[in-house]
Write a protein that binds this ligand. Structure first.
Ligand code: M6R
Length: 613
């Protein structure tokens, strides 16, 4: 999705904005631009394509100024070309805007403005915003009030940042709804604005996050947050602990590869401070649960999208098996319109790495409106899904840059295991011995992930063998069925190879007709309670001439006799096996995409944070 960066201070805004936009490249975009205010004039540079186009443009025709705003655009209205790229100027050249979100009523607004004589220079919905600001300013409002009046005209969710040569000492930023965040980074004699933290972390660790229906008037020395009527809102700056170096690629070819390899650390961090191995206990103080409130829960609905939903499917099995609470998994984009059966004894648990996914936020709101308690498992600190929840388990994985989620998939798997243990303990659903042994099982998980990572060469070899396939089937059962879904999603999103996943037992009801030499089958057959069923599935696929790649547990001679294509994983307690079996699948997808020379970190048509419906 689109990215926003703004700067006001004593330094040259241009390199600060360009650098900030670079840090947001991972969000996906197709054009970029910036505007600076220089000696009373707004100057703009924009270009289609990647940021290096814009950088070249700025090198050839430099612009400088101490206040500016920039944007990376992911086209929604109008082609991804120069004239549709942000920032957008008004008719007088005195107002300029960048925008995340969709102006749902832009056609009506455009018609009205055109009837009043406004000429449009782009096909975007965003341009209506700057013309409205200009119009309200002309009728006597100051910049802040003009932005407020403009936002009242817009339907939809928005993050906007506005600058004007008429009030050259400030930038006005506003957020309405969940079209991505607006964060203000606080400096000394300078301040920063961004849609996401990575854009400003190299300059400051103190930040204020705008809530929906808040705006900020940002000058060099002051940040004033108000509601949409201009009433001051008291905000507490947060201190951010992320290390900007962690957002660098380091020795890896791609962020995705780096992030796959970071999982030993991210999973260690996930357990840190939450597990007392000596006592065999889990501590999730962030949920504020006691035995009474834990017993009052009658149902948990896990809601999420994409990879996060696959984590939720594993979570269902963990919570039902360990805590004995019924769990439903609801795809957020469906749940929000499903008129779900939810009451005050229901917990709606959202999972989201970005914490800004529009469908997931809407699903949370749906749960809230029906009286449910809201929990979330979120990576992006300060994001909406973190803030609106009654309790949030924070993923301890740091920024995830690759669009394909990897470390932000395995962390919630462990978080859900911890949650299941915590609930099971509080509700008395597990006895002390079982609790102790389930907690001990966690101890080896980071090291087992490390063992899988050490086998990358073997995975790369199989990737070379199968890189030219056009279709693949992924099969799993029980707790590894969601991992089949996740493996297939990883392959299709970064390699563009058609991959479908099925619960293996469904094969005989139709999909088995697809199997022939051109349809390799990835079969998840680790040593878990569904192992025998998977063996019979592998045999059926082989009998129909299909190539089978098996994920199998070290030492499994039976599978070794069936197929030469094996991704070996170390022996793992079955409730934790998804964390382990997913690692070779991540590496397999990564190596295929990388061998095909594709843009692994920014696959086509995808964005890191899906803030539109
Ligand atoms: O930010 P979220 O976790 O809410 O995102 C949900 C999905 O959009 C995301 O998992 C998507 O499926 C990824 N591209 C998966 O790699």
């Amino acid at each position: 999705m689109c990215g926003i960066v703004g700067y006001i201070g004593e330094r040259d805004a241009t390199p600060i904005i360009l650098n900030g936009l670079k840090r947001l490249e991972y969000r996906g975009y197709d054009s970029a631009g910036l505007a600076v205010l220089n000696e009373g004039n707004i100057e703009i540079r924009r270009d289609a394509g990647k940021l290096n186009h814009l950088e070249a443009l700025v090198r050839n025709t430099p612009i400088h100024g101490q206040i500016g705003i920039g944007h990376t655009r992911w086209a929604t209205h109008g082609e991804p070309n120069e004239r549709n790229a942000h920032p957008h100027l008004g008719s007088t050249g005195e107002f300029v805007v960048v925008h995340n979100g969709i102006v749902e009523n832009y056609l009506t607004l455009r018609e009205e403005l055109s009837a009043e004589g406004t000429r449009f220079n782009s096909d975007t919905d965003t341009e209506t915003i700057v013309h409205l600001v200009e119009k309200f300013y002309a009728s006597g409002a100051n910049l802040e009030a003009a932005v407020q009046q403009t936002l009242k005209q817009l339907k939809g969710a928005h993050g906007i940042v506005v600058m004007s040569s008429r009030e050259p000492d400030k930038i006005v930023a506003a957020r309405v709804g969940n079209a991505g965040g607006v964060v203000i980074g606080l400096g000394e004699g300078e301040n920063f604005i961004a849609s996401d933290l990575p854009a400003i972390l190299e300059h400051t660790r103190r930040a204020v996050f705008l809530e929906s229906h808040q705006m900020a008037v940002v000058t060099r020395d002051e940040v004033r947050v108000t509601d949409m009527s201009g009433w001051a809102v008291e905000v507490k700056p947060q201190n951010i602990a992320w290390d900007p170096v962690a957002a660098e690629k380091g020795v890896y070819r791609h962020f995705m590869q780096k992030e796959i390899h970071e999982q030993v650390r991210s999973l260690t961090d996930t357990l840190a401070g939450r597990v007392d191995f000596d006592e065999g206990r889990v501590m999730l103080h962030e949920l504020g649960l006691d035995p009474q409130s834990a017993r009052e829960i009658r149902k948990i609905i896990i809601t999420a999208c994409g990879t996060a939903a696959h984590a939720g499917m594993v979570g269902k099995i963990l919570i039902e098996r360990i805590a004995r609470i019924p769990v439903e998994v609801a795809i957020a984009s469906e749940f929000r319109y499903a008129d779900p059966l939810v009451d005050e004894h229901t917990v709606v648990l959202a999972i989201s790495q970005s914490g800004e996914t529009a469908d997931t936020l809407a699903a949370m709101e749906e749960g809230r409106s029906k009286g449910a308690k809201l929990w979330s498992i979120v990576n992006a600190i300060g994001s909406q899904a973190m803030r609106i929840a009654d309790g949030c388990i924070s993923m301890q994985v740091g920024p995830e840059i690759g669009v394909a989620s990897t470390k932000a998939f395995t962390a919630p798997l462990l978080d859900l295991y911890l949650l299941a243990l915590h609930l099971g303990d509080l509700r008395g659903a597990i006895d002390e011995d079982r609790r102790f042994s389930l907690v001990q099982d966690l101890m080896s998980v980071p090291a087992l992930v490390g063992e899988c990572l050490d086998r990358e060469q073997a995975v790369a070899a199989l990737a070379r063998k199968f890189k030219n396939t056009r279709h693949m089937l992924y099969l799993g059962r029980g707790i590894n069925m969601p991992i089949a879904y996740e493996g297939a999603l990883k392959l299709k999103e970064i390699s563009y190879i058609h991959a479908e996943a099925y619960p293996a037992g469904e094969m005989k009801h139709g999909p088995i007709a697809l199997i022939d030499r051109s349809m390799p089958v990835m079969a998840l057959a680790p040593n878990d309670p569904w192992y025998d069923k998977m063996i019979s599935q592998i045999e059926q696929a082989l009998a129909r001439g299909g190539d089978v790649i098996a994920i199998a547990t070290d030492g499994d001679e039976l599978i070794a006799d069936l197929t030469p294509n094996i991704l070996w994983v170390p022996k793992t307690p079955w409730l934790l096996s998804p964390v382990i079996t997913t690692i070779p699948l991540q590496m397999f997808a990564y190596h295929i995409a990388s061998l095909l020379g594709l843009d692994v970190d920014q696959p086509r048509n995808l964005a890191k944070s899906v803030t539109v419906e």
